[in-house]
Design a protein around this ligand. Sequence first.
Ligand SMILES: Cc1cc2nc3c(=O)[nH]c(=O)nc-3n(C[C@H](O)[C@H](O)[C@H](O)COP(=O)(O)OP(=O)(O)OC[C@H]3O[C@@H](n4cnc5c(N)ncnc54)[C@H](O)[C@@H]3O)c2cc1C
Length: 386
Amino acid sequence: MDFTLSDEQQMIVDTVRSFTERELFPHEALVDKLGKVPPEIAEQIKKRSIDAGLYAANMPAELGGGGLDTFDVTLVDREFGAASYALHYIVARPSNILRACTGDQIDEYLVPTITGARVDCLAMSEPDAGSDVRGMKCSAVRDGDDYVINGTKHFISHADIADYVILFAASGEEQTSRGPKKLITGFLVDFDTAGCDVIDGYNCVSNRGYHNMIINFDDCRVPASKILGEEHHGFDAANEWLGSTRLQVAAVCVGRARRALGIATEWAATRVQFGQQIGKFQGVSFKLADMQARLDAAELLTLRAAWNDTQGIATDSDMAIAKVFSSEMCQFVTDEAIQILGGMGLMDELPLERLWRDTRVDRIWDGTSEIQRHIISRAMLRPFGG
Ligand SMILES: Cc1cc2nc3c(=O)[nH]c(=O)nc-3n(C[C@H](O)[C@H](O)[C@H](O)COP(=O)(O)OP(=O)(O)OC[C@H]3O[C@@H](n4cnc5c(N)ncnc54)[C@H](O)[C@@H]3O)c2cc1C
């Protein structure tokens, strides 16, 4: 593995970094304070990211996307990751699972989502089914050529600005040696479909301005043509395409931690107490060394997972290792950065306290740290019959 960037990759990194600093950083404090992104700012960022060719970087070039492979998308996510996710999100990264679209779904969902005409969101989690996602109760019952959907999804990110949801619902049950197992099907459901209601979710300490919503389905009727992938095989499509969302979390954490470490390093080099720079006290300088070491390790694990994915050899464990290590690294780095700044670290004059708050969710969404450790340890034990 050689992670030396080509000239083209370096240009992508430089472009995204300067876009992030110029177009996203200036709005962060306002968005955090308001708890929302003012529509005119959202429009401006969206337009400028489309003009700069940064929108939907993960999608195929022949359909209007950026055409970047997983490794290059990870570099992009790392650079955007330094900014507030509420703003970063606007430079859309449509869900990779949309690549499972076929037939009319391509023109109706995939292409307009790539061009920015439509926005997707994805719904698996329910009040009684979080980590145990297969325990979902939201059901899709076949009725002629349609499915009738009933149930509730919650914690659904940016459903307030989305036009449709990639929904996973229980469509049946099969008997296995371990007992009955729910069969899950993916659907594309427009928010203007009768019986589908999006309502306000909860206020979250992380990523203020990036909202999670509740979606209620009450006898919501969708035609079979809205199935994404194959009936009863929703998790096959999810497993094929959604590993990359864990990688995105890892890359964002690396970008965010790098920004926090930059602020802390500069502070340690310039803040004077007891007649000398505080960075000369071992109690501070060793913190910096530990932060740098963990950041480098997280970055290498993230790039390894991305590189493996690009080679078609990534395992679930690669993604899980990158996600769990990077999210925990980012919590450590942002927390230590605040310690190095002392009281000023907690004040909203600087972005540190926000970076610290924002990264708390990274150990929870897209699979908690505990679930990532299950994935990693299961893969280790499996060859021994575990
Ligand atoms: C802000 C936000 C946005 C989100 N956006 C989306 C979205 O867009 N779409 C979507 O579908 N979901 C979304 N989620 C849901 C997210 O994926 C879940 O929160 C996550 O999977 C954990 O589920 P839970 O919160 O119900 O916790 P639970 O599953 O109830 O877990 C509670 C605790 O128990 C632990 N635990 C559970 N099972 C085990 C086990 N087997 N072994 C060890 N420990 C275990 C967990 O690790 C955790 O510490 C979002 C969540 C948040 C907070």
